[in-house]
Design a protein around this ligand. Structure first.
Ligand SMILES: O=P(O)(O)OC[C@@H](O)[C@@H](O)c1c[nH]c2ccccc12
Length: 238
């Protein structure tokens, strides 16, 4: 079963979930005086297929931020927060989310299973983040979920270096679950890392900090396209 969020990402030429996040893991501002509407307009103009909104307090988010973003865009919206109860799912849906983050490393397997099932029943796409094969093994209904490898450690509040190799190492295991759209998330710091992950077979990426901080985000995307172009040309047989 695919959902609007997964479909949008699979159909995109440049499958980047672009994220609205007020602060980075060190508490530093990422917004630089822009309104959520400014950021959403820029992302839409850059061809974002989906938008993510961090409502978690650590990152300066609020539920209102999700509501505001969902009101001004028709793109499917992901809520990134630390969801632990079914009640949070209803709230997410009421605020306008199409997909919800569920963090495998923070939830006992039984809770994760219940939340995935409840999300699917509520018409929400579970965006399940994992950091290891053990966590991946606990994800039920992988064909109906969007499974993302987090390159950072959320238990350390995303501080520290990203490990892009984690995404590369886990990709075969992700594919083996039958999940339709493997995603790599967090710490993708530039077009080179993004191009590598896509060329290795990731169907989607989630990027916040690097795009929000890029002095010229269009150049970032153009560079990504240029880095990917040779492979695309090869595939086209040119
Ligand atoms: O800013 P980055 O490094 O591109 O990372 C984005 C995203 O993955 C991150 O915001 C995130 C990953 N897991 C979370 C859980 C809650 C809130 C936020 C997150």
């Amino acid at each position: 079963m695919t959902t609007p969020f997964i479909e949008a990402l699979l159909a995109a030429e440049r499958p980047l979930v672009m994220e609205v996040k007020r602060r980075d893991a060190d508490g530093l501002d990422l917004i630089a005086g822009r309104t959520p509407a400014d950021i959403v307009a820029a992302y839409e103009e850059m061809g974002a297929p989906c938008i993510s909104v961090v409502t978690g307090r650590w990152f300066g988010g609020t539920p209102e931020l999700l509501r505001d973003v969902a009101r001004i865009t028709r793109l499917p919206v992901l809520q990134k927060d630390f969801i632990t109860r079914a009640g949070h799912l209803e709230q997410a849906r009421d605020l306008g989310a199409s997909a919800v983050l569920l963090t495998a490393g923070l939830l006992p397997a039984v809770s994760l299973g219940k939340l995935v099932t409840a999300a699917l029943r509520a018409g929400l796409t579970p965006f399940v983040e994992v950091t290891s094969e053990e966590e991946l093994a606990a994800v039920p209904h992988p064909r109906d979920c969007l499974i993302a490898v987090n390159n950072k450690d959320i238990r350390r509040r995303e501080r520290g270096q990203a490990e892009i190799d984690r995404s590369l190492d886990l990709l075969p295991a992700l594919r083996a679950t039958g999940t339709p759209c493997p995603v790599s998330a967090s710490g993708i710091d530039g077009p080179a890392a993004a191009a590598r992950l896509l060329d290795e077979g990731y169907a989607g990426l989630l990027v916040a900090t690097a795009l929000l901080r890029a002095p010229r985000p269009h150049d970032w995307l153009a560079e990504l396209d240029a880095l990917r172009a040779p492979a695309a040309r090869q595939t086209a047989g040119a």
